[in-house]
Design a binder for this molecule. Structure first.
Ligand code: CP
Ligand code: NVA
Length: 298
């Protein structure tokens, strides 16, 4: 039998997504040190790209659950010297209980999942970042209750985080406005599959109207550092400012997956202001990751 993987939010039903959020909220408040459901289990973490939150939340979550996490850089394992993905997936999964990967190519994670005998988790690819959405949605539910029927506005690049917001809109049934410059739109197939829940705007303020949540992310993602200057020009009218927040509902929240660049994609006033819940969402990475590990492994 194929193990349960978490490659995309579309791997979850809406009921499973909501149960994960509720479980993460429970784990956040009930810190019982004797609750060790993953005692003796090992998570392999393969990182092709940098990470603070993803690495620490998975390693800490495994430790708190009584297990272990192995940090593996492709530079140090044979994968980086060309060992085939299929062989690596078969070998690594024969020794550990779960594998988390952060890669450039999304296909690398799907190929790993195909040949792995244990659950595979997508810790971010160029296409998707589903783990972050578990934490963001948990933060929204904590502050405002269920997101069903609410309006969310994404400002900026149609990137991995934007794609994951589109998938979250499908699974949790909310409306998503995307304010994005031409040439940086999210993938059309991902938008089309959200069947009318997603609308693209070329004005940040127009997109933000009636929104309950404003979200943004870096203008140049990992791997796009060489495009920084070009992107700063393209995105200069797609910054989240006080005016953006004023165009949204008065109780709208602000989120950013972090790391953030103050006064680039978001002003310092907004990210450090009273509507921002970025650090709640960042902490939730730990609780959400634990809920996910329990869901996949127990
Ligand atoms: N938001 C997020 O995934 O952070 P890291 O890159 O630090 O893991
Ligand atoms: N879009 C960003 C998210 C970082 C957590 C990136 O891929 O670099």
């Amino acid at each position: 039998m194929q193990p349960k993987h978490f490659i995309s939010l579309l791997d979850l039903t809406s009921d499973e997504f909501r149960r994960l959020i509720h479980r993460a909220k429970e784990l956040k408040t009930n810190k019982d040190p004797d609750f060790q459901p993953l005692k003796g289990q090992v998570l392999a973490m393969i990182f092709e790209k940098s990470s603070t939150r993803t690495r620490i939340s998975f390693a800490t979550g495994m430790a708190q659950f009584g297990g272990n996490a192995l940090f593996l850089s492709p530079r140090d394992i044979q994968l980086g010297r060309g060992e085939p993905l299929e062989d690596s997936a078969k070998v690594i999964s024969s020794m550990v209980d779960c594998i988390m990967l952060r890669t450039h190519s999304h296909e690398m994670v799907t190929t790993f999942a195909k040949y792995s005998s244990v659950p595979v988790i997508n810790g971010l690819t160029d296409l998707l970042h589903p783990c972050q959405l578990l934490a963001d949605m948990q933060a929204f539910f904590e502050h405002r209750g269920d997101i069903e029927g609410k309006m969310v506005t994404w400002v900026g690049d149609g990137n991995n985080m934007c794609h994951s917001y589109i998938n979250a809109a499908r699974v949790l049934n909310f409306k998503l406005n995307i304010a994005c410059p031409e040439g940086y739109y999210p993938k059309q197939t991902i938008v089309d599959n959200a069947k009318g829940r997603v609308h693209i705007f070329n004005s940040t303020e127009a997109a933000a109207e009636n929104s309950d949540l404003i979200v943004t992310d870096v203008w140049a993602s990992m791997g796009q550092e060489g495009e920084q200057k070009k992107r700063e020009l393209a995105f200069k009218d797609f910054q989240v400012t006080k005016n953006t927040m004023n165009a949204a509902n008065s109780d709208a929240l602000f989120m950013h997956c972090l790391p953030a660049h103050r006064n680039k994609e978001v002003t310092a006033e907004v990210i450090d202001g009273s509507q921002s819940v970025v650090f709640d969402a960042a902490e939730n990475r730990l609780h959400a990751q634990k809920a996910l590990l329990e869901f996949l492994l127990c």
